[in-house]
Design a protein around this ligand. Sequence first.
Ligand code: AMP
Length: 364
Amino acid sequence: MIVGIIGGGQLARMLALAGQPLGLEFIFIDPGAGISAASTGQHWQGPYDDPELLRRLAATADVATYEFENVPPATIEYLARHMAVFPSVRALSCARDRLQEKSLFDRLGIPTVPHRPVNSRAELAEAVEALGLPAVLKTRRLGYDGKGQIVLRAPADIGTAWERLGGADLILEAFVEFQREVSIIAARNRAGEVRFYPLSENTHERGVLAFSRARPGDPAAAEACRYMGLLLDEFAYVGVLALELFDVGGRLLANEMAPRVHNSGHWTIEGSETSQFENHLRAVLGWPLGDTAPVGYTAMFNCVGYLPDPKAVMAIGGAHWHDYRKAVRPGRKVGHITARASDKDSLEPAISALKAVLPGHVFD
Ligand code: AMP
């Protein structure tokens, strides 16, 4: 079977690495040269909406999927007319737009961050009036990893924030004083079978995920799974879906969803019976899903803008090294490291040892 993936970054690479033992082959459509996924399948180089590449993909692959939500929806619409493609364009379009996403959370009764749409400077002033300060001004589309967002702390920030982001469709969100950030990841296959992973607890630095820890048995998991179930039902979703939430005194507020495998689920490669990557493939192929039970205790460090010495990492018991084969550049995710231990207590020494070899992080 051949799986076509729109995008050839590290998520595509890890999907292919998970799919190879299952006998799958991969084609990546990506305009870049030297993509992360290059060594794991065929790279068809060209724009994500190149009609000829998409026509060839539909004629060659058995199923198509995508690894990031900024794929042009027209690409998925075209593929859907000619082949099986998951997740659906409806889920994709909703996840691409922070306002649509939050309106959906409201409609489904999933508590979310108080917010207002902003299309003019006057609306920004009104939204600040309604939500108070501090608040976060974000572009509705094409923002990721903290890009396209500005925190407003004082009324004087309104002018500068509008100058920096104004013009695009915007959303103002109340600034949430959360205790922690968590995410729930689930897979749903074509037959409607659903599996949830244990909750991940996530630490961001400058808007970018730095550290995730699997939290099997977390008391917030039941609420997170309920919200995830509502979203999966809403879209009759197929594939892996991630939902990021803020934990405010034990109550969860949905921040955003991602219709794809997610960075906070990379620990599932070593830390779950079936990884999120394998389950995404199983889901889109219409295969039975694999068990998502945790295997030991796991945490993951993102390598953002640097790669440590692999030998120093590998010398640490329980550490698993993942190099995305990307050129190191500031702010770029170029690898990750998972630490796994059979019991909770022995995970801590591995985490401490890893912190010592990973420069530039502010953890916990
Ligand atoms: P996002 O791109 O919306 O996931 O934002 C990236 C990160 O910025 C989040 O993981 C939070 O750490 C922080 N953040 C985003 N929105 C808010 C908010 N409304 N209140 C507080 N922190 C936020």
